[in-house]
Design a protein around this ligand. Structure first.
Ligand code: TXA
Ligand code: MG
Length: 322
């Protein structure tokens, strides 16, 4: 085992906060059974205390420590998709800290598919509560360098694990209702979940639960520059309107045939495959924040199921008032 993994596990045992890579985004982890350590996560992120955290595990058998009345579906899904980008919402076990669950009677659990995360979790042995390792309301980090930019020396250790393979946060599936419901679209699609469970799994639509999932707050994935979603057909006109006012514009496009080679206009070619697009979205937004265009115009991707998670994050980034 490498020194940094041993060091991370020791830090977690002594109430430390460790940033670590997962296949989705980097997480900011603390011992989920240590309320003081968990409280540090909230302080470092500037995150409101009623927002629940996902507990990361190394093995499905650990579900019993954190959840009760676990439905068969949870074990089926664990077998199909864990380790992987799927978080299951279950009824919480007695004694789980309110800080972790945001005071709710439920808990989010996931086994991440990243060798560094798994090595850390195995070495530590317990559950690690971890939100994404960004300041509250900011873009999730997909490299260790992003974590350093976001949180700097406020964390005890940042584990290096390269670029995140998925690049968008995990799919969150609520298994506490009558039917399984997706609270946040992500790396595992509704189709994959439906296939595993033998029943149609849909997106949760009501508003009362949205507040419980900060990933569903409209302003959650916020770049610094305002982002506007524009259809492919309207893109040339919208670009020229903004350039006429003297604004500097960055354009994220997948399918445009024009090259928009105009002064004040920077064009970023985004992947035409939704998985590839998801992998690069956050790092692209972060890169654009550094160059500071007055406006980001993103071509709206297709409105089809494979693009659900990408569209969800783009729409939230676009909703932010500046
Ligand atoms: O991919 C991911 O899920 C990453 C990596 C680090 O695992 N984590 C992540 O954590 O995105 P965070 O805190 O940024 O987002 C977790 C989401 C929040 O929207 C939170 O409200 C929701 O999970 N959540 C956690 N526990 C919940 C619960 N008991 N009920 C409903 N939603 C819950
Ligand atoms: Mg987050």
């Amino acid at each position: 085992m490498t020194d940094s993994i041993t060091q991370a596990a020791e830090l977690l045992r002594s109430g430390g906060v460790v940033a670590f890579p997962t296949e989705t985004v980097y997480g900011l982890g603390a011992d989920a059974a240590d309320p003081q350590a968990v409280a540090r996560i909230f302080a470092i992120k500037g995150r409101p205390a009623d927002h629940p955290l996902i507990v990361h595990l190394a093995d499905p058998v650990q579900m019993y420590q954190w959840a009760r009345e676990i439905p068969v579906a949870a074990f089926t899904l664990a077998e199909w998709f864990w380790p992987g980008p799927l978080t299951l919402i279950l009824s919480r076990q007695q004694g789980v800290s309110d800080l972790v669950t945001g005071g709710q009677d439920t808990i989010g659990l996931r086994i991440p598919a990243h060798p560094v995360a798994l090595a850390m979790l195995r070495s530590f042995g317990g559950g690690v509560a971890a939100p994404s390792a960004n300041r509250f309301g900011r873009i999730s980090p997909t490299t260790a360098a992003h974590v350093l930019q976001e949180l700097g020396d406020k964390v005890d250790l940042i584990l290096e694990g390269g670029d995140c393979r998925v690049g968008l946060e995990s799919t969150i599936l609520d298994l506490t209702g009558e039917h399984p419901a997706i609270l946040r679209p992500g790396g595992i699609t509704a189709e994959q979940l439906s296939e595993a469970l033998g029943e149609t799994v849909g997106l949760f639509a009501a508003t009362d639960k949205q507040i419980r999932v900060p990933g569903m707050l409209k302003s959650h994935y916020a770049p610094n520059s305002p982002l506007q979603l524009v259809s492919l057909t309207e893109l040339p006109d919208v670009i020229s309107i903004h350039l006429k006012t003297g604004s500097s514009v960055a354009v994220m496009t997948c399918f445009a045939s024009h090259n928009f080679d105009l002064p004040g206009c920077r064009v970023i070619r985004m992947p035409t495959d939704p998985t590839d697009y998801g992998r690069t979205l956050y790092s692209t937004l972060r890169m654009l924040d550094e160059s500071g265009p007055e406006l980001i115009l993103a071509e709206a991707p297709p409105d089809s199921p494979p693009w659900l998670a990408v569209n969800d994050r783009l729409q939230r980034a676009a909703c932010t008032a500046h």
